[in-house]
Design a protein around this ligand. Structure first.
Ligand SMILES: [Fe+2]
Length: 337
């Protein structure tokens, strides 16, 4: 029987790979965003700055503070890399969200599992690079995507066991048997997966099962409770998988962004440390919109781990502010051992 031996949760995002003096590349995108999600509604930048002015985020948006936060994040990314590379596991299950990378608005599955032979993390085309640079992502694209194609094999029997178990347990999961293409061209691997391989795993071609959750796009985002229960089903499928393999799990993304909400982040992370699933599951859907929705990847992973004895260690939580309106990213780094 397979064993779940290790897990980690890791934020990703441009602020983790962009020098602090260049964070305005992303802040300038925020300034033009007419719909920044904060709690139960959206605001434009000026409205958000007015709403949150008593918090004085300008004091946390100086180069000194940005640099201190950036460095704290690098310490934890290095630590996650060190821990993850020293663990012995045969397979990595990554819970991520698809942000119009494999799936688009023509068909957007709520839950999808890839069960093809291998995943291509291919180099970006010139056109894709241009689009990412226009969104202030010139630094991040080099970390998410390799200069030359990388291939990660997929343990098909595990992926299919997970799909079968999910179907038996009431989750009508989408089975993705081939990496989607546009004509002859393979669609690029999602940022949630590339970041883990490139920044944490040093691009080692460890066998991968990508779990793709539609956290981001209405109208079919799963509820937090549904995410947790789906994770539990995945966890049972991993444990019932026949070969005597060691399996690791990762959640990629989150916590709050593009508007930082420290109250939300602390509430969720504290509940996870206490295995307090009730608090997590009753968190309203509106709290999980835009980038913050990626926190659901952590909830699915918490479900996977719920029936194991692994214990969470929160390495750090670092709120990274890039503007006076409190835009930026809440960064969290944790392991389960
Ligand atoms: Fe993301």
């Amino acid at each position: 029987m397979a064993d779940i031996v290790y897990a980690f949760g890791c934020s990703h995002g441009p602020l983790l790979v962009t020098p602090p003096n260049e964070w305005d590349l992303r802040a300038n995108v925020d300034r033009k965003n007419p719909a920044l999600w904060y709690r139960d509604r959206t605001y434009n930048f000026a409205e958000l700055a007015e709403l949150r002015k008593a918090d004085h985020f300008e004091q946390q948006n100086t180069l000194d503070v940005r640099t201190e936060r950036f460095n704290r994040c690098q310490v934890q990314l290095d630590e996650l890399a060190r821990r993850s590379q020293s663990q012995k596991f045969d397979v990595l299950v990554i819970v991520g969200d698809d942000q119009h990378e494999w799936f688009f608005s023509d068909t957007q599955p709520t839950f999808a599992i890839f069960h093809g032979q291998q995943v291509y993390n291919r180099a970006l085309t010139a056109k894709e690079q241009e689009e990412i640079i226009a969104r202030g992502g010139q630094y991040s694209m080099k970390v998410y995507h390799p200069p030359k194609d990388e291939i990660y094999p997929t343990p098909v029997s595990l992926a299919e066991s997970m799909i079968g178990r999910a179907m038996d347990e009431g989750f009508d999961v989408t089975a993705c048997g081939e990496q989607p293409k546009d004509g002859e061209n393979m669609r690029k691997l999602g940022h949630a997966y590339g970041f883990v391989y490139r920044r944490i795993l040093d691009s080692k071609p460890i066998p991968l099962v990508p779990i793709l959750i539609n956290t981001f796009f209405p109208p079919n985002q799963p509820t937090p409770k549904r995410c947790f229960e789906f994770g539990r089903s995945l966890g049972r499928a991993i444990k019932a998988w026949d070969p005597d393999k060691r399996v690791a799990v990762a959640a990629s993304g989150g916590v709050s962004h593009f508007v930082v909400d420290e109250d939300f982040d602390n509430r969720i992370l504290t509940a996870m440390l206490k295995n307090d699933w009730e608090t997590i599951c009753k968190e309203p859907q509106f709290m999980f919109q835009s980038g913050t929705s990626e926190t659901k990847n952590w909830i699915v992973m918490a479900g996977i781990l719920a029936e194991t004895k692994l214990k969470m260690e929160l390495l750090d939580y670092v709120p990274c502010y890039r503007s006076e309106a409190g835009t930026g990213s809440g960064m969290a780094f944790a392991t389960w051992q």
